[in-house]
Design a protein around this ligand. Structure first.
Ligand SMILES: [Zn+2]
Ligand SMILES: [Zn+2]
Length: 269
C-alpha cells in the first residue's frame, strides 16, 4: 500500500494513509484512466472525422489554440487551484489541489505507491466533460466566423491538450524510469513540477503542467533561461534562479511564518 523506501516526512506519510482511508473501496485507478481516455479519444474521433481538406492557414488554429490552452492551464493553476476562492466549485478545486494533492506529494516524495493512488492526480472524468462543454461556444463561433475545419480543430486541440495534461502530470508522479528520464518534454516537466511541489515555492512558481511556455512568458518559472531552454531543459539544474522569494504558508492557505506551521525552510531566502 505504501512505498517501503522513502525519504518522506512522518507528516506526509500520515497524510497519505489518511487520504487512502477516505477513498471508496471500489476505486480502481485503471478504470479511472480508462473512463477519461475513452471519453477523450471518442470525442477526438468525432472531431477528426468532421475535418476534411484542411487549408494550410486552417492548420494555424492548432498553435494558436495550443498557446491559449497553455496560458489557461497556467491561469487555472495559479489563480484557482492555489487560491481559496469563495465560489463553491472553485473552492473544491483548491481543496483537491492545494490541500490534498500538495500534501500527498512533496518534493521529497513525488511517487505514487500504486494505481490506488492515481485518484489524487487524475481529475474526475466530469472535469473533462466540463472542459469539452466550455470549448464548444468558442469552437462554434470560430466555425461560423472562419470555417468549419477551424471550429473542429479548436475542439481537437482543447481536448488533446487536456489529455496531454493528464498524461504529463501522471508522468511527474511515477517512479523514475528510462522513458521519463530521456523523453524530451516529459523530463522537462518532471523537474519543473517537482520544484513546484516544494511547499515554499508552490504558490508562485512553475504553474504549467504540459510545457513551461506560460511560466517563461510571465516570469513565474524557477529557471533563468530562454523559451527553447525552458522547453528542452530536462533534468538540468544549471539555470535555477538563486534569488527566488520563498513563501512559507500552511496548507490552509494562511500566510504563516512560524517554522513549525509552515515549511521547514526559512520564510525568505
Ligand atoms: Zn503534482
Ligand atoms: Zn500546484
Amino acid at each position: 500500500m505504501e512505498l517501503t523506501q522513502s525519504p518522506m516526512s512522518p507528516r506526509q506519510r500520515a497524510y497519505r494513509t489518511q487520504y487512502r482511508e477516505r477513498i471508496a473501496s471500489w476505486y480502481n485507478g485503471w478504470l479511472h484512466v480508462a473512463v477519461i481516455y475513452t471519453i477523450g479519444l471518442a470525442a477526438l474521433f468525432v472531431y477528426v472525422s468532421n475535418i476534411a481538406s484542411v487549408a494550410w492557414w486552417e492548420w494555424m488554429t492548432v498553435p494558436v489554440v495550443f498557446l491559449i490552452c497553455n496560458i489557461f492551464e497556467w491561469f487555472l493553476h495559479r489563480h484557482v487551484m492555489h487560491r481559496p476562492l469563495r465560489f463553491p466549485g472553485m473552492r473544491a478545486i483548491y481543496t483537491r489541489h492545494t490541500l490534498m494533492h500538495h500534501q500527498f506529494f512533496t518534493e521529497s516524495e513525488m511517487r505514487f505507491a500504486g494505481s490506488h493512488d492515481w485518484r489524487v492526480t487524475f481529475f474526475p472524468p466530469y472535469a473533462l466533460v466540463t472542459f469539452i462543454l466550455m470549448s464548444i461556444p468558442g469552437a462554434l463561433l470560430m466555425g461560423w466566423l472562419i470555417s468549419p475545419n477551424v471550429g473542429w480543430l479548436v475542439m481537437s486541440t482543447t481536448t488533446g491538450m487536456y489529455l496531454l495534461y493528464e498524461f504529463m502530470h501522471f508522468c511527474c508522479h511515477v517512479e523514475e524510469n528510462a522513458f521519463v528520464r530521456h523523453c524530451p518534454f516529459v523530463n522537462t516537466i518532471r523537474r519543473h513540477h517537482t520544484a513546484h511541489h516544494d511547499q515554499s515555492l508552490m504558490m508562485e512558481r512553475n504553474m504549467n503542467l504540459t510545457f513551461p511556455v506560460a511560466d517563461w512568458l510571465f516570469g513565474t518559472s524557477d529557471l533563468n533561461r530562454g523559451l527553447l531552454g525552458h522547453i528542452f531543459n530536462g533534468y538540468s539544474t544549471t539555470h535555477i534562479k538563486t534569488d527566488m522569494r520563498r513563501t512559507s504558508r500552511t496548507p490552509t492557505g494562511r500566510r504563516d511564518n512560524r517554522p513549525e506551521a509552515g515549511s521547514t525552510r526559512a520564510a525568505t531566502a
